[in-house]
Design a binder for this molecule. Structure first.
Ligand SMILES: [Zn+2]
Length: 435
């Protein structure tokens, strides 16, 4: 399929370049040309022309840490500390999850993400075959891992399940799905278990997705048990000697930051989840200044409570200004880069996505720039980060396929998805003492 988008402002996320009255040609799932009107070859014959005057084109947003199917628990357990929230509310419900729940929950999450301009997400959860199926059907791009609790009785079985999942799904769905192993966290996976996970990752040639240094309790407990911070502990056992995506990284000292930079660890900063669970504030400005691969994630919708990356990016920028007491920290352009090419780099997908340039996969969002809250149109980077809303996403293209046009998702029957997800959510919480 050949598509020509024309007339819009383009933010390619290559430096601070802004192309007014631009044009993007898409062919066979990839971007062919990007530039001013008239850049596409004269013999380019599009199957579809999208007239996009009054819009802004950006690369699709990249959500580097979530648990998609947790949308089923949106608003189920709020205003609690992390550990009681997990042990009293989330884990008991997750013990009742079925494949059917994860399938419909993942589809609901995909619909929400497409509506708010996210084209790629990194997930860690259970019943990953169902999430992969939802990704395949929705047209999204994802980096998927089965969550592994090494200390649980089924630790070995879930590792084998994750290995089989990778064999079945890595590079499937026209290459939109890539896989990782998902050891949950250093406090749920003992070193012996992590070593098995590392060995499997190396044999399969994939990376790891793990929660690291999320709460003060974790920092305290790991130091007490192993005599080192969570990051230093994982460094000691050799975890970072392969591609790692580390979610949160809130409680870090100088040495931890040095390790994360030296090892090129992809960091998923999840400010709203950290704020809501009162986990703390990740030292993002310091990490960026040190050269770390920092990206942005929403975390699951039960600790956020949505998957809106525009809102998350704004929060990331504002929160750093407050904690550093410096309004020049994490300016709009840098935050916009974090949520696009920064996400791609954290997932080791920067050769494929994250910018709008020839030969990259065509993951493109057209934002409707005509609403009152986006006028007058001074600085498009400032508008994207400080004024836009996820719902300003108007048209979304992933891998060269139009998955949303004029705010209507084309790949899913959204009414059916919402109906089924509600059915699953009601069954899950039925009979529980939710007060
Ligand atoms: Zn998480």
């Amino acid at each position: 399929m050949k598509i020509l988008l024309r007339g819009m402002t383009i933010l390619p996320m290559k430096g601070e370049t802004v192309i007014e009255k631009g044009e993007i040609a898409v062919q066979d799932g990839k971007i062919m040309t990007v530039g001013s009107m008239g850049t596409a070859p004269v013999d380019f014959e599009p199957d579809e022309i999208i007239e996009a005057a009054g819009m802004v084109a950006t690369p699709g947003l990249v959500n580097t840490h979530t648990h998609a199917a947790m949308v089923l628990l949106r608003g189920y357990a709020d205003d609690m500390m992390l550990m009681p929230w997990l042990t009293e509310k989330i884990w008991p419900i997750e013990g009742r999850l079925t494949k059917d729940d994860v399938y419909w929950g993942s589809l609901l999450a995909c619909a929400e993400m497409i509506h708010s301009g996210t084209t790629t997400f990194a997930d860690m959860y259970f019943f990953m075959n169902e999430t992969a199926q939802a990704v395949k059907e929705s047209g999204m791009r994802a980096c998927l891992s089965r969550g592994l609790i090494g200390a649980a009785p089924n630790g070995e079985d879930s590792l084998n399940e994750n290995i089989q999942f990778i064999r079945d799904w890595n590079n499937q769905a026209e290459g939109r799905i890539t896989c990782m192993l998902g050891p949950h966290a250093p406090y749920t996976c003992p070193p012996e278990y992590l070593k098995k996970v590392m060995q499997a990752a190396d044999e399969l040639g994939v990376g790891l997705h793990i929660h690291v240094a999320e709460s003060r309790t974790e920092d305290h407990d790991i130091k007490k048990q192993y005599g080192a911070s969570p990051v230093a502990h994982l460094e000691t056992i050799g975890l970072f000697e392969r591609p790692v995506l580390a979610a949160h990284c809130v409680h870090l000292d100088e040495e931890d930051i040095n390790i994360l930079v030296k090892r090129n660890v992809g960091i998923a900063h999840c400010p709203q989840s950290n704020m809501k669970l009162a986990s703390g504030i990740a030292p993002v400005a310091k990490l960026l200044n040190a050269g770390a691969r920092v990206s942005i994630g929403t975390d699951g919708a039960s600790s956020n409570n949505d998957l809106d990356m525009i809102e998350e990016t704004r929060t990331a920028s504002l929160l750093q200004k407050v904690v550093e007491e410096d309004p020049t920290v994490l300016p709009a352009h840098r935050a916009a880069m974090m949520t696009t090419i920064g996400g791609a780099r954290a997932l080791r997908l920067e050769d494929q996505i994250g910018t709008l340039e020839p030969e990259k996969q065509a993951d493109i969002v057209l934002w409707d720039w005509q609403a009152a809250h986006l006028n007058p149109p001074h600085d498009p980077f400032a508008h994207l980060v400080y004024a836009a809303k996820g719902s300003d996403a108007h048209t979304v293209i992933i891998n060269g396929q139009i998955v949303m046009r004029d705010r209507k998702v084309l790949t899913l029957d959204e009414n059916e998805v919402i109906k089924q997800a509600k059915r699953c959510a009601h069954r899950l919480v039925e009979g529980t003492n939710n007060n």
